[in-house]
Design a protein. Structure first.
Length: 209
């Protein structure tokens, strides 16, 4: 029996992992086939492999972002956040995912938009920061708005200083990219926040000044 073990076909997931790193002629085809698998885990592994091998096209990104399975959408956003993207319509598609029913997809979309400094998402990010039910989404939206640094977001970020502690801390950091008397007044008030981590964030900003 031991001699037969080495002849067994490796599980498909192992083949996908090897294809993500190998250089064989058949490996890209395997990843592309798995990208259309009915199994979400296979599609995620294929996506990661295609990203690793710099094989993602705009069309593949769109298919991943539109995937019915939430795990695929989440992973696509995580990968896209660190990818080189030259097509504005892809970032517009990411912006549309700020309205996704899954909170972690919204969180991932906000992060990706902040990483790409996509100004086209500012108002949608403001909507998330001001009204999303999940504080993780509001926090990510505030972080993205701070990274983008668009002046249209200043009132939203200041208002976030009245949110939950994690969001307030993120808002303090986000305000570092803005200037003005309203910003100074907001930071001065945050310096008296009941949460010590919010106060500490303000102190660190002042030290950098």
């Amino acid at each position: 029996m031991h001699g037969d073990d080495v002849t067994l076909v490796a599980p498909f997931e192992h083949r996908l992992l090897r294809a993500s790193y190998a250089v064989g002629d058949e490996d890209p085809a395997l990843l592309l086939v798995a990208f259309d698998s009915p199994v979400a885990r296979h599609r995620v592994l294929a996506l990661r492999g295609l990203v690793r091998r710099s094989m993602m096209t705009d069309g593949l990104w769109r298919r991943a972002l539109r995937a019915d399975d939430v795990d695929v959408r989440r992973d696509a956003l995580e990968q896209l956040a660190h990818a080189s993207i030259d097509e504005p319509s892809l970032l517009d598609m990411v912006t549309s995912l700020l309205a996704d029913e899954d909170a972690l997809v919204v969180d991932g979309a906000a992060f990706a938009l902040g990483e790409h400094l996509w100004r086209g998402a500012v108002m949608a990010l403001c909507d998330v920061a001001e009204g999303h039910d999940d504080p993780r989404c509001r926090e990510s939206a505030v972080a993205a708005l701070g990274a983008i640094g668009d002046d249209r977001a200043r009132a939203t970020i200041i208002a976030a200083l009245d949110d939950k502690p994690a969001v307030r801390r993120r808002a303090v950091v986000a305000l570092a990219n803005f200037e003005g008397s309203d910003i100074e007044a907001a930071l001065s008030s945050a310096g008296e926040d009941r949460d010590w981590q919010v106060r500490s964030a303000v102190e660190q900003l002042h030290r950098k000044d």
